[in-house]
Write a protein that binds this ligand. Structure first.
Ligand code: TXA
Ligand code: MG
Length: 317
């Protein structure tokens, strides 16, 4: 079983030995290894049972450190980096050869971000290499937002989990790349599109799917609980599934039913709802319900990321 603790030195020595460690970030916990060492990175794929066509995000601590890994940083990327790093933003930038092909699945661009978590920033500053880290969940399952979530699922395969408390944002970073010079959001996430547009003007948002070669890992079915989940009008679905054992994941209101009902934010705050989303899905997935019924939230701010995760959790393939 893995050890849970907040010892940066212990995490550092395991990473320096070429092994994987789970790390906290403000979005979700990551499963980290030396991004410059293909053998270390290979362990991430095997622990997560993640296909190698799904590239990883590289985490670093400063714009200066970034220079060794990327060929150039477009002006708009600079503006975004200055405005939002450290924070829930990932930029796709042309990679230097120092980044092994395994990290990018052979793509020319590497996904990079500076995470906003004090423990992980200190860990990154103490290392002389960046960390490749996908979310620390088995491939396709719900992302972890606490150290215990990681231990519950990958505890047997990781030596150390660096515990930095519950993730403050709760959904993964927003991914931005440039397609023919046009800023393009490839994954909606913890940084709202409005915030991005305030800094660099209008961006395009690309509907990503498994058939989109620019983002091979963004499969339709993802973040999925084991119990089937359906999104729509909860009151109507309660009637439709009256013979079944149901669990309800609602945004703001409680439903008059005896079913277990997790409310994401009673005050209707989308940031709070994002913070609770994955823990809620896990909790309901741990019940003996036959089906989880949920509803979409208002499509503004972090609501876009919440709805995206709910859609993927409900998708069948
Ligand atoms: O908030 C986050 O981004 C978290 C924390 C741990 O930093 N990480 C995370 O990683 O969500 P992961 O691996 O679960 O999701 C990364 C996504 C994948 O869907 C992958 O396809 C995409 O980023 N990605 C990574 N590198 C890419 C690249 N070079 N080109 C296109 N997409 C890429
Ligand atoms: Mg993930």
């Amino acid at each position: 079983m893995s050890h849970i603790g907040s010892e940066i030195l212990q995490a550092k020595s395991i990473l320096e030995a070429g092994k994987a460690v789970a790390i906290p970030t403000e979005t979700v916990y990551g499963l980290a290894a030396n991004a410059l060492d293909a053998k270390a990175v290979a362990q991430i794929f095997s622990i997560k049972k993640r296909p190698t066509f799904d590239p990883l995000i590289v985490h670093t601590h400063s714009l200066e450190a970034l220079q060794s890994f990327v060929l150039e940083i477009p002006e708009a990327a600079h503006l975004l980096a200055n405005a939002f790093w450290p924070g829930p933003l990932t930029l796709l930038l042309p990679k230097k050869p120092a980044i092994p092909d395994l990290v990018t699945s052979g793509l020319e661009r590497v996904a990079i971000r500076i995470p906003n978590h004090p423990l992980t920033l200190r860990l990154l500053q103490s290392l002389d290499f960046p960390l490749a880290a996908p979310s620390a969940n088995p491939f396709g399952y719900i992302s972890p937002t606490t150290a215990q979530h990681v231990a519950d699922q990958l505890g047997g395969d990781i030596e150390y989990i660096l515990d930095g408390g519950a993730a403050s944002i709760g959904v993964e970073s927003t991914i931005v790349g440039w397609e023919n010079g046009i800023a393009t959001v490839l994954r909606v996430g913890g940084l709202s599109i409005d915030a991005i547009e305030e800094v660099i003007g209008p961006v395009q948002v690309q509907a990503v799917s498994s058939s989109n070669p620019a983002a091979p890992g963004m499969l339709k079915s993802h973040y999925a609980p084991r119990i089937p989940m359906r999104a729509g009008n909860i009151a109507e679905m309660i009637k439709e599934y009256s013979g079944k054992k149901i669990a309800i994941l609602s945004f703001q209101q409680a439903y008059p039913t005896t079913a277990i009902n997790y409310i994401l934010s009673e005050s209707g705050n989308l940031n709070e709802a994002a913070q609770h989303l994955f823990a809620a899905m896990r909790e309901l997935d741990g019940t003996d319900a036959d089906i989880i019924l949920t509803e979409f939230v208002p499509a503004t701010g972090l609501g876009l990321a919440i709805n995206d995760r709910l859609k993927r959790a409900c998708a069948e393939e």
